[in-house]
Design a protein around this ligand. Structure first.
Ligand code: PAP
Length: 332
């Protein structure tokens, strides 16, 4: 091995890294900032609020991701059902490959089955390996707002599945999650603070309403490319919803599969009760990046509709409903 060239490339890499760090801090200085939920600040980048790491994820995705027409992108605002829909889409798309008795979801967390675009794209080798492993149709997830998606997503015609969840439950779920991730010596973060920030649009990938309405409009303009589903409908009628999802992704269930109740099997496999009972989701850890890991159990908390009632006053609930009515008029 040529040590000198290896050393040279390491120095080059370090220089690149320092240059990156310098550029990042110059960029952050120029952005508006507000109190963060678990980081010191959230920054407003192109109308949405992000942590510095998330801004980097968006930029890397824009620079590097070349979508292909048969790719599938699950897009969500955080805590809207990403984990659940990752499991559903993975099982749906791979139902010819795996048996339900020895399914990968029994031993792998949903986040290991479908990675986030903005995480995996940061490491070229992992990204290329993943692309090959799920060829031909690459399944990815993202929290990136519609207006900041890499241009190739829409130009290639890849399909986007957007999952919307009721506002108040999204806020409460985010608050619980952030409290779990909080570093012990940070000041406590009462739900009243989370509420005020959320209403101002200041939350990870917020404003929530802009995130949802941009994808909603895209689904109206391009119904065969963007499908808009809701967490609540999947809870209420999973068979109907999953059948619709299958049709949209060109993986319609055939008669034999209907007879064998394959849809029902997928619903059962991906149910909150089943996923949260699995050892991998109770003790496993998801490594999103060298700096950021989360225990799988934090992605499966209660999985209910209406849990906000246990945490928000009726008045605060009405305030949020009013903002939602104004901002998502026609959608809710
Ligand atoms: P992410 O955006 O950080 O990946 P995401 O999976 O979207 O998180 O949200 C987690 C929420 O989905 C949790 O909601 P809760 O806090 O109100 O309980 C989690 O419980 C819920 N969830 C995860 N898996 C399922 C599932 N299989 N069925 C229903 N809800 C689920």
């Amino acid at each position: 091995m040529d040590m000198s060239s290896s050393h040279y490339s390491q120095c080059e890499h370090d220089d690149e890294y320092k240059k990156d760090d310098q550029n990042d801090s110059d960029m952050l200085t120029a952005l508006s900032k507000e109190k963060g939920w678990i980081t010191e600040y959230l920054y407003q980048y192109k109308s949405f609020w992000f942590t510095p790491a998330a801004i980097k994820g968006v930029q890397k995705a824009q620079q590097r991701f070349e979508a292909q027409s048969i790719d599938i992108l699950l897009a969500t605002f955080p805590k809207s059902g990403t984990t659940w829909f990752k499991a559903l889409i993975f099982s749906l798309m791979n139902r010819d490959r795996f048996d339900f008795s020895s399914h990968p979801l029994l031993t792998k967390g949903p986040h290991d089955c479908i990675p986030f675009l903005e995480s995996i794209i940061q490491d070229e080798t992992s990204y290329q390996d993943y692309r090959i492993s799920c060829s031909p149709r690459c399944l990815l997830a993202t929290h990136i707002p519609y207006s900041l998606l890499p241009a190739s997503v829409m130009s290639s015609g890849s399909k986007i599945v957007y999952v919307f969840r009721e506002t108040k439950d999204v806020l409460v779920s985010n608050w619980h999650y952030m409290k779990k991730l909080s570093v012990k010596d940070l000041p406590s973060f009462p739900i009243e603070d989370a509420f005020d920030l959320f209403c101002k649009g200041v939350s990870h990938y917020g404003p929530f309403w802009d995130h949802a309405s941009d994808y909603w409009k895209a689904s109206l303009e391009n119904p065969d490319k963007v499908l808009f589903l809701t967490y609540e409908n999947m809870k209420k009628d999973p068979i109907v919803c999953l059948t619709k999802l299958a049709k949209f992704l060109d993986k319609t269930f055939c008669l034999e599969e209907e007879r064998e109740e394959v849809v029902q099997e997928i619903v059962k496999l991906c149910s909150f009760e089943n996923l949260s009972s699995l050892e991998i989701n109770q003790t496993g850890v998801q490594h999103f990046s060298p700096q950021f890991s989360v225990e799988n159990r934090h992605f499966l908390r209660k999985g209910q509709v209406g849990d906000w009632r246990n945490h928000l006053t009726v008045e605060r609930g009405e305030q949020l409903d009013e903002i939602t009515r104004q901002k998502l008029c026609g959608l809710v």
